[in-house]
Design a protein around this ligand. Sequence first.
Ligand SMILES: Nc1ncnc2c1ncn2[C@@H]1O[C@H](COP(=O)(O)OP(=O)(O)O)[C@@H](O)[C@H]1O
Ligand SMILES: CC(=O)N[C@@H](CCC(=O)OP(=O)(O)O)C(=O)O
Length: 313
Amino acid sequence: MTDTSSPAVQAPPTAEERDRWLRKAQTLSDALPFMRQFAGQTVVVKYGGHAMGDAALAEQFASDIVLLNQVGIEPVVVHGGGPQIKKMLERLKIQSEFIDGLRVTDKATVDIVEMVLAGSINAEIVTAINRAGGFAVGLSGKDGNLIKARKLRRTKRDPDSSIETVLDLGFVGEPTDVNTHVLAQFEQSDVIPVIAPIGYGEDGETYNINADTAAGAVASAMNATRLLMLTDVPGVLDKDKNLIPEMTVEQARRLMNDGTISGGMIPKVETCLQAVESGVEAAVIMDGRVPHSVLLELFTPHGAGTLIRLDKN
Ligand SMILES: Nc1ncnc2c1ncn2[C@@H]1O[C@H](COP(=O)(O)OP(=O)(O)O)[C@@H](O)[C@H]1O
Ligand SMILES: CC(=O)N[C@@H](CCC(=O)OP(=O)(O)O)C(=O)O
């Protein structure tokens, strides 16, 4: 049947609107070489608890992850949730202390950590990605034997006596094996894995793994092209608090030795170093609170944050 209704009368675009659309089209076109560079490659994105705070940003993050998948990249999300765990432990009046940036985790704490990470936060991220048009699947490191872990052994040396003491962090785990077979099922598909940093032990223990460490282990095992660490600072800052856009493994070691890199940044940088030393092309520490930071990093020539690679060539 012929459509006899009159066509909707549309006002022609103003010069300003046309300019805006042209700029958008140009941005897309400029991104093409980067999309081609990363197509078919695995990009592991560590989504830190501090980077998750804001609802609008969380929506943008989810839609950026869907976009990566849409242009043929294989995104794998590994998330944290430190601030959210803190809140729940406070509500339950369970004390928690940190040693070297790691939460000392007794049995009661590991149950809460698992509930918060593999339960609520994981489901929130999966829902956000699916609402943005993707197909996310939530996994804990226990699913499909994804992350095997053992008790982390930490020692502390007394600077005066040089005596070394073993620190007991309880159920804090270090990954010993990542089952790539499980993640390989999602490659070349539209399914996006979202992983909570919980490990399983040989004897059925549950381990609390620092999310940076878990993301690094996944990136290395998957031979990822990029490991993106989303945090709440612009990247690694120098002594004058200026952002260091790029550094080699050697430079990073120097900055850790001279104290420029300290606190929570140490395990983050160490994870990046381990990742690039085990074959990940580059790792980036960047501000997850900047809108579309993942797209800026991957699809623009200037990137975002601090890029760490083996050497500058
Ligand atoms: N050189 C440095 N550049 C940037 N941040 C640094 C540096 N040295 C120490 N930091 C600290 O590291 C923190 C990031 O680590 P952390 O709080 O553990 O992040 P997340 O919770 O996202 O894993 C920053 O907020 C900052 O206080
Ligand atoms: C052992 C250890 O410290 N585990 C972390 C796991 C969550 C995490 O790392 O979250 P962020 O990335 O948001 O900091 C914790 O219990 O807080």
